[in-house]
Design a protein around this ligand. Structure first.
Ligand SMILES: [Cu+2]
Length: 593
């Protein structure tokens, strides 16, 4: 009998071994984020900034594909805040998506909220950031999503990795300044410099002692996880004398691109391979502005230093990149952007919708907003700068759209966001009828049926001389970028140029200056999802709207019930997204498009 006895330890061991092979494990992670003010000194001035856990940039979150993350956010700052998990699809769970007055009300000072962040198909690099007021300037950090345990990258495993967060630095109290600017229609503050991992670097005043330095070993290959956390600008990025190989965009793998520079939009993330194969020495990595508008020129250079380890004499200053495009080099930016293709192989297949059931044509534009349309003809009238989608300039409700939708509470939004502009005109022409410059403020959302195959063509304009790129960002989804081009979209010839084989899959992508962008996705994630330009000034001025994606027929295709502790919608006096219509609002104009 003794020989046939199987111990409980053996049974457990068998289950354990089986589990290793059969059970795809989703780990659960817990993080605590405490928001509070911290003093930092930049550009010779000590200022107070809001940070998470006294870190700037904030903590890096590390998970594997498919894991679940709980983040308990405690607000010890002075403003109501929310946190967004940028690029995380959050299946059926808009409750933890974060955009203020869209899926939740602010976490007020002295209170807390626990986000449940559900990872699904994302793999690579994403990031988190505040999504209320302009707080994200200092409240942001990277999310590293490793391949599932037991699987690996679609490229040789790098020897090590390095997170590079590109940021922008503002002087003074940014929220207060934006608040004032929104109230009196004046210029919104501009960045005073570019940050690499929280430091301005050697080319900014009083900054060279704290320049970010990264040691590399000759012969090793590194995976750079680059985040563009800048509030309001596109960037060029390069490393002196080193080639970069781009292998991922927005936590989706792409066909490798060998390049000497990248152009990265605010909101985007890139996975980049770098081999340390140059003579031992010191090399600059730099970030500079890519500018498509007439204003906002910022010639600052953000820099960090790559240092090879080993014994060598290096007496000169670090080597500077010699192939960095000029700030206004649109051709260099679009040439790089045009190279991005999904990996789209057997192991990483894609599924571009081919039979579109919902077509939208969305004009994204700069505009003027009048307190009352009858004033608009008067040059001294109450007219302020605004931006819009299909000539609707988004206004945040005081109860978030998700709560109003889920609780069937009327009066906070309407469902008549137009599928196409009400007035068609020559969008990219220089001379236009003055009427097209005037927009209306409203809270109009678009309702989609579950599983609808959606195509959106975004069309840029030159209304009020405000042409420029717009990095469009969608919450709850990644989308396929099937086409883009210059000028006005032609609905007969341009669709013939679509890439339906290996289009990039992204959560943020630019509408070219005075051009168009075509995207497709399947509306398979029920919920309330914000989509907007990821330039904060355009977001504040109204280039935003919301998809409500209806439930499917089963529980698995329906929005989850809300957590019990959603922050209450007590009106926050700090909300800067609501225009105040001071009587001072004058017709200031194009200096700050
Ligand atoms: Cu924009």
């Amino acid at each position: 009998m003794e020989g046939r006895y199987i111990s409980w330890q053996t049974i457990l061991a068998c289950f354990f071994l089986l589990g290793q092979f059969l059970w795809v494990r989703a780990d659960v992670h817990y993080y605590d984020f405490t928001l509070k003010e911290m003093n930092v000194t930049k550009l010779c001035v000590t200022e107070s900034i809001l940070t998470v856990n006294d870190l700037f940039p904030g903590p890096v979150i590390r998970v594997h594909k498919g894991d679940i993350l709980y983040v308990n956010v405690t607000n010890k700052g002075d403003y109501g805040i929310t946190i967004h998990w940028h690029g995380v699809k959050q299946p059926r769970n808009p409750w933890s998506d974060g955009p203020v007055f869209i899926t939740q009300c602010p976490i007020l000072p002295g209170s807390y909220f626990t986000y449940e962040v559900i990872f699904s198909e994302e793999e690579g690099t994403l990031w988190w950031h505040a999504h209320s007021d302009w707080t994200r300037a200092t409240v942001h950090g990277a999310i590293v999503i490793l391949p599932k345990e037991g699987t690996t990258f679609p490229f040789p495993k790098p020897d090590a990795e390095e997170v590079i967060v590109l940021g922008s630095w503002y002087k003074g109290n940014l929220n207060a300044e934006v608040n004032d600017a929104m109230a009196n229609g004046s210029d919104i503050p501009h960045s005073r410099g570019w940050l690499i991992n929280g430091e301005l670097g050697d080319f900014a005043n009083c900054s060279s002692e704290t320049t970010y330095r990264w040691s590399v070993n000759y012969g090793k290959t590194y995976l750079l996880r680059i985040v563009n956390a800048v509030n309001d600008d596109q960037l060029f990025f390069a490393i002196a004398n080193h080639n970069l190989t781009i292998v991922g965009l927005d936590a989706a793998y792409i066909k490798p691109i060998a390049t000497s520079y990248v152009m990265i939009s605010p909101g985007q993330t890139m996975d980049v391979l770098l081999t340390a194969n140059r003579p031992l020495g010191q090399y600059y990595m730099v970030s500079t502005q890519f500018l498509t508008e007439s204003a906002y020129m910022n010639m600052d250079i953000g820099s960090a230093i790559i240092e090879y380890t080993g014994d060598y004499n290096f007496s000169s200053s670090p080597i500077f990149p010699d192939r960095l495009p000029e700030a206004k080099d649109v051709e260099a930016a679009m040439r790089f952007t045009g190279l991005i293709r999904s990996l789209a192989d057997e192991d990483y297949p894609i599924s571009v919708p081919l039979n579109v059931t919902m077509k939208m044509f969305i004009v994204v534009s700069m505009n003027y907003l009048c307190r009352n349309r009858t004033y608009c003809d008067d040059p001294t009238a109450h007219k302020i700068i605004a931006s819009s989608m299909n000539n609707i300039s988004w206004a945040n409700p005081t109860v978030d759209v998700l709560e109003a939708y889920y609780g069937n509470i009327s009066g906070y939004y309407t469902t008549d966001f137009p599928d196409r502009p009400l007035v068609m005109y020559n969008f990219t022409a220089k001379d236009k009828d003055d009427d097209v410059a005037i927009t209306d403020e409203a809270t109009k959302v678009k309702v989609l049926n579950y599983n609808e195959s959606v195509e959106i063509v975004f069309q840029g304009t030159d209304v009020i001389g405000g042409s420029g790129v717009h990095p469009m960002h969608m919450h709850g989804y990644s989308f396929y970028v099937v086409g883009m081009g210059q000028g006005n979209f032609n609905n007969e010839t341009d669709p013939l140029t679509y890439n339906l084989i290996d289009p990039p899959k992204a959560n943020t992508f630019i509408v070219p200056k005075s051009g168009w962008l075509a995207i497709r996705f399947v509306a398979d994630n029920p919920g309330v999802w914000f989509w907007h330009c990821h330039f904060d000034r355009h977001l504040s001025w109204g280039m935003d709207t919301v998809f409500i994606v209806k439930n499917g027929e089963t529980e698995e295709t329906s929005i989850r019930p809300p957590p019990s502790d959603m922050p209450a919608c007590i009106f926050s006096k700090h909300d800067i997204s609501i225009r105040k219509w001071d009587d001072n609002n004058a017709g200031d104009d194009q200096d700050y498009l």
